[in-house]
Design a protein around this ligand. Structure first.
Ligand code: PLP
Length: 465
């Protein structure tokens, strides 16, 4: 494809994308296909000679879109919102076109510099403490704060686990000469904590880092409290273990519950634990001052992570991680081979954050978050007024949970007009249907429609009893 052909096909692709976005209400949320649907639609062998690009474009609807779950459909209420906006898509285009790998400053100065400034912009937009900002004048290095973009919240948690682990091993090795010969001696003593509501990625990170994880019980609001952590730390110290890290959650995956960060942060400080905040979904709400209370105690945290790629209109993947002392992570992963060194040695572009923040402004993003919360409240009101249903947890943001009926859930999935998922609180064996406001295009009429579908299917289920 030459440059002129690229211009032509690029315009055709933008038209195709714009038409796709206009077509949601004519499409099913979940495609009506069975496993293995795609293989018969395309040849078994790759083509010997190149084909005209029109042939590729002609197959997009038949092969791809016919099997896509439409995450941006106004009736998609499963999992979480996944941000997708036109400025962000355009930024991805530019990023792909520049096609550089910004692993060091000299590998592409604009990448490093834009990322650092965007992380500061985001931190300021969210009202994060100043110690998460890069030192005045920008740039990393030293023991100052700063942010870095990760692919996912799971990745951020793993980075924190590995860093906290290495720091603790170094400390124990300095204290115990025998651990210097045998790092596994120190490793076997390390223990980290998280609530029983924390995301599965916390458990996975602990496994990958070979650090024991103690999942602590939560209170009646599924919130981890300081006294629970303090007790666990004391018990573990008495058993000869070395507590190193707490992963707190602001906005749990099951029901959007919040750990008590203010209490936990104090315990972490007095006990010398690294306090990491996983706010993968709910962190975006901090852009609205009226929701900042969910992060009371944030000044006590050592690191904070949220996914702009979930609820802040920046396309996947984009997970923002801030550290109070960036050297704790940089030193852990620094290998500094000669071929990466340069005269300014001292970090993936983020054109998407830049494009989105400039196109929407903080006010535009605030009104987006507030709209989703209003729609979740509308759904809560409809469900609360219907005595066949029950809200199992307080609806704080765009996530609510209702009626324990496996049969109703099966009917909703089979019916296909709306898409949502179920979840459970394992400890109390509570099964519930989980409703999330996800799409940018979801309006009050869509919420009413979703409730009407659920209500109609509930009537059918009840009439069969
Ligand atoms: N943490 C919480 C609280 C989440 O809800 C999720 C995903 O839903 C994750 C972590 C994992 O996020 P990611 O898919 O970015 O790894």
């Amino acid at each position: 494809m030459d440059r002129e052909e690229f211009r032509r096909q690029g315009k055709a692709m933008v038209d195709f994308i714009a038409d796709y976005f206009a077509s949601f209400r004519q499409r099913q949320v979940v495609p009506d296909v069975r496993p293995g649907y795609l293989r018969p639609l395309i040849p078994a062998e790759p083509p010997q000679a190149g084909e005209p690009f029109e042939n590729v474009m002609a197959d997009l609807e038949r092969v791809v879109l016919s099997g896509v779950t439409n995450w941006h459909h106004p009736q998609f209420h499963a999992y979480y919102p996944t941000a997708n906006t036109f400025p962000s898509i355009l930024a991805d285009m530019l990023s792909d076109a520049i096609g550089c790998i910004g692993f060091s400053w000299i590998a592409s100065p604009a990448c490093t510099e834009l990322e650092t400034v965007m992380m500061d912009w985001l931190a300021k937009a969210l009202g994060l403490p100043d110690h998460f900002l890069f030192p005045a004048g920008g740039g990393s290095g030293g023991s100052g704060g700063g942010g870095v973009i990760q692919g996912s919240a799971s990745e951020a948690t793993l980075v924190i686990f590995l860093s906290a682990r290495n720091l603790a091993i170094q400390r124990l090795q300095a204290q115990q000469p025998e651990a210097q010969q045998q790092p596994s001696l120190a490793l076997s003593r390390l223990v980290a904590y998280a609530s029983d509501q924390s995301h599965s990625s916390v458990e996975r990170a602990a496994m990958l880092a070979f650090v024991q994880l103690r999942k602590l019980p939560t209170d009646g609001k599924r919130s981890l409290r300081g006294d629970t952590l303090a007790r666990a730390v004391a018990e573990d110290r008495a058993r000869g273990l070395e507590p190193i890290l707490l992963i707190t959650t602001l906005g749990t995956t099951n029901s959007c519950a919040f750990d008590n960060l203010a209490e936990l942060g104090e315990v972490c400080q007095s006990e010398g634990l690294w306090c990491h905040v996983d706010a993968a979904y709910a962190g975006a709400s901090l852009i609205c001052p009226e929701y900042r209370h969910i992060a009371n105690g944030i000044e006590l945290a050592d690191s904070f992570n949220f996914n702009p790629g979930k609820w802040l209109q920046i396309t996947f993947d984009c997970s923002a991680l801030w550290l109070k002392d960036s050297s704790k992570v940089v030193d852990t992963f620094n290998v500094d081979p000669l071929y990466l060194q340069h005269e300014f040695s001292g970090q993936v572009p983020d054109y998407r954050i830049w494009f989105v923040l400039r196109s929407y402004g903080i006010e535009g993003l605030q009104s987006y978050i507030r709209k989703h919360i209003r729609l979740a409240k509308q759904f809560e009101e409809l469900v609360t007024a219907d005595d066949r249903f029950e809200i199992v947890e307080e609806v704080v943001f765009g996530l609510g949970a209702n009626a324990p009926s496996r049969e109703l859930y099966r009917c909703i999935r089979e019916d296909g007009r709306i898409h949502l998922i179920a979840s459970e609180f394992e400890a109390s064996d509570t099964f519930f249907i989980r409703f999330a406001v996800c799409s940018e295009f979801c309006e009050a009429a869509d919420i009413r429609y979703a409730y009407d579908v659920i209500s109609e299917l509930a009537n059918e289920v009840l009439s069969k009893k």
